[in-house]
Design a protein around this ligand. Structure first.
Ligand code: NAD
Ligand code: G6P
Ligand code: MN
Length: 447
């Protein structure tokens, strides 16, 4: 059977993740054939550096694929099957403020969790809604695969404000942890097992992990994670070839302490911010946060590699490579395009899956993906500990979206106050007032 060739738009073409996605698409052309790739960004200069390199690589490896990079929405969104969206409204300069402002008050400064995530959410909502509106105008049958952060808040905003849009929100963190689980279990691939998982984005738990014969792999994994977190055996033996930044290594180690809270499940790494906030603040450097680390490392490295490809006029020697984690994006697009019925974790309306939880909450759960979209699986009842944590966090996320659409200062203050990362309402207000000043050109006016 010949597969229909797809037309892809990468929105946020200037993202540090764009080259990895292009390399990954090139590696998968046999099962996900492509006729056209377009890039769209609202910063033409930033995008051009990435686009010029990608164009050279595409010409060398798949000259039949048409390539266009543009800042014009009509050119970008016309004749598209999939929009792969990874924008960062306000770019790293604003991420740095999101992280540093809460830290001034002794509160977690993080891209997606706590006040930093709320701040980023207030910028992202408008940007992602604009992408949806362009897609609906120019390619109404397309799917948007969104991994622009903060995915939890963005997902709630699209559920509430664009309820009929063809957007699917996804995250790579469970996939990244499952790569580590496979290493810990000595398996070749995360596809050697099937998982059950529930939660919110960056806020969830694995409840069951089995190989294809149905053998329970949880006992062995739990034993390891309770002692070493998600640090792999190679890393523990200092024999790993892959270079992992120290801040991420700390996160994988910290999962150990997070896992002790519940004997029945295995946690997402991001729960450390909610369960041990003071520990994270204690090791943070308020003058040099993760945004600085990313600007000094990933951003510099990706842009200098792209500039080198352009200078050589060839990608033959480039170190740019397929982003392993990004393979789930192709899996999802392939499932939607060709009805593979692949099972994946997606961020979808609960709608009864977790029976004792708000049906309107956006939850991260396993779904079967068909050409008509995701069919979520039933989760059943969840325990009181997780339910309590999730209810508080869902309230934060919903209040942010209400604050954004109503322009409500009060609701945003409530949202920040309700975050487990914030000690009290007075500190919440101080952080909020600083964030309002820093985000003047990005947030709706609040009153
Ligand atoms: P980046 O700043 O390198 O790239 C983002 C690009 O988006 C920039 O080129 C910027 O100009 C562009 N942009 C900003 N606002 C825009 C708008 N309104 N319209 C069009 N383009 C716009 O950022 P990055 O570190 O590469 O990350 C990109 C996004 O992907 C972030 O939101 C990040 O959090 C997210 N991400 C999510 C996951 C996940 O698991 N969901 C994983 C990795 C990255
Ligand atoms: C994980 C998360 C993403 C997040 C990223 C941050 O992959 O799932 O949602 O964007 O980490 O990574 P960074 O390297 O930018 O700090
Ligand atoms: Mn994520």
């Amino acid at each position: 059977m010949t597969l229909k060739k797809q037309s892809i738009l990468v929105a946020g073409g200037g993202s540090t993740f764009t080259p990895g996605i292009i390399m990954m698409l090139l590696d998968n052309l046999d099962t996900f054939p492509i006729r056209q790739i377009k890039f769209y960004d609202n910063d033409g200069d930033r995008q051009k550096q990435i686009a010029d390199a990608c164009e050279i690589i595409l010409n060398e490896r798949a000259p039949e694929i048409e390539f266009v990079a543009t800042t014009d929405p009509a050119t970008a969104f016309t004749d598209i099957d999939f929009v792969m969206a990874h924008i960062r409204v306000g770019k790293y300069a604003m991420r740095e403020k999101d992280e540093k402002i809460p830290l001034k008050y002794g509160v977690i400064g993080q891209e997606t969790c706590g006040p930093g995530g709320i701040s980023y959410g207030m910028r992202s909502i408008g940007g992602v809604l604009e992408l949806i509106d362009y897609m609906e105008e120019y390619s109404p049958d397309a799917w948007m695969l969104n991994y622009s952060n903060p995915a939890a808040i963005v997902a709630e905003a699209t559920r509430k404000l664009r309820p009929n849009s063809r957007i699917i929100n996804i995250c790579d963190m469970p996939v990244g942890i499952e790569y580590r689980m496979a290493d810990i279990l000595g398996l070749k691939s995360r596809k050697d097992f099937v998982v059950r998982y529930y939660g919110l984005n960056h806020f969830g738990w694995w409840t069951d992990i089995r190989d294809h014969e149905g053998n329970d792999l949880m006992p062995k994994l739990k034993e390891w994670v309770h002692e070493h977190g998600y640090v792999t055996p190679e890393e523990l033996a200092d024999a790993s070839e892959e270079e992992v930044e120290e801040s991420w290594m700390h996160t994988y180690e910290k999962a150990k302490e997070v896992s002790w809270l519940d004997e029945d499940t295995l946690p997402n790494t991001y729960l450390k911010y909610y369960l041990y906030p003071q520990d994270e603040v204690a090791i943070a450097n308020p003058d040099y946060t993760r945004a600085n680390e990313v600007m000094d490392h990933r951003e510099k490295q990706v842009f200098s590699e792209c500039n080198q490809v352009v200078n050589y006029g060839s990608g033959a020697k480039t170190t740019l490579k397929a982003d392993d984690h990004a393979s789930y994006i192709v899996d999802l697009a392939r499932a939607l395009a060709y009805n593979t019925r692949e099972r994946m974790l997606l961020i979808v309306p609960n709608n009864g899956s977790i029976v004792n939880f708000d049906p309107t909450a956006m939850v991260e759960i396993p779904c079967i993906i068909t050409s008509n979209g995701p069919e979520p699986l039933v989760t059943g009842e969840i325990p009181r500990f997780q339910k309590g944590l999730m209810e508080q966090q869902v309230a934060v996320e919903k209040l942010v979206v209400e604050a954004w659409s109503e322009g409500s200062y009060q609701k945003l203050w409530q949202a920040i106050t309700l975050s487990r990362t914030v000690p009290n309402a007075r500190v919440a207000k101080q952080i909020l007032d600083d964030l309002i000043e820093a985000n003047a050109s990005y947030w709706p006016e609040l009153s």
